[in-house]
Write a protein that binds this ligand. Sequence first.
Ligand code: NDP
Length: 302
Amino acid sequence: MGAGAYTPDGPPGSLPGIAPVRRFAVIGHPVSHSRSPFIHEAFAAQFGHRLRYGRLHAAPGSFRDVLSAFRAGGGAGANVTQPFKVEAFEACDRKSARAQAAGAVNTLVFNGDTIEGDNTDGIGLVNDIEGRLGLKLAGLSVLVLGAGGACRGVLGPLREAGCARLVVANRSPARAADLKADVCGFEEVAARFCRDGPWDLVVNATSAGLAARDLPIDARVLAAAQLAYDLMYAAQPTPFLRQALEAGCRQASDGLGMLVGQAAEAYRIWHGVSPCTAPVYAGLRASLSREAQDDAAASSRP
Ligand code: NDP
């Protein structure tokens, strides 16, 4: 069986009175790290839904084949993670307004011969900020760092949440120019990081990562913000969150809640009900901490 091949356990709905097991998967490269199976199975437990949610690895160039094999094998829908969100967009017959605005898709619904695509990343971010963190976005000034796929996904929902000012700052001018040409809904794109504030919210949508040194953003900009939000998540505060807190920012959060939030919206699309995110967020946070402790213990063993 090749990578991504998929075999259902049996014909769906074969037992009278028992709902068939619906099958979902996340497709990515790499994908072994994905927390989506844990999240969707935890949501399913809240409703007593019967589902299976797996990980499907697709080598570069094989996304369409993996997707077709999963559909042919009885898959009901899929999430898509890096680096296939744009390929997923191109594979869809129908796209939601959110997907159109982002030019990328992370949630697929298989509806007969039709593939429908949506992008739930942005609403996941908005719901995490407004719900878990309690910061209402209406009227706020927001600075987004980075102009890649994640940035494209969050701009529309941030605008719809009523942000008064939405500005993107990116390291390289070329990508900033592409964003400006493709996506509307923000005030300005700047090919530099040091932006004059004040900003109520600073969102790090770069992939600078755990190994990154401080991003070139003025400490006064971070100090004045009500919230610094890093789309990346980790067991420990990320470099951007440490930078923001050291500068004096009042509140800082990583993107674990966004991850749970985007999954909750995908769950609503697939199953018609909205799961409770708080216990799943808490469970994931605890898992991350446990894994970090286990890693630290293993690396300290002689
Ligand atoms: P992309 O590769 O599409 O874009 C990366 C962006 O980061 C570019 O704008 C790039 O700038 C910038 N960048 C990378 N390194 C640096 C650096 N050292 N200094 C300054 N800028 C840098 O990535 P994505 O947009 O897909 O992902 C961004 C982040 O968001 C990732 O960490 C990803 O894991 C996270 N994410 C989290 C989600 C969640 O649910 N929590 C969902 C989706 C994404 P340039 O154009 O100059 O190269």
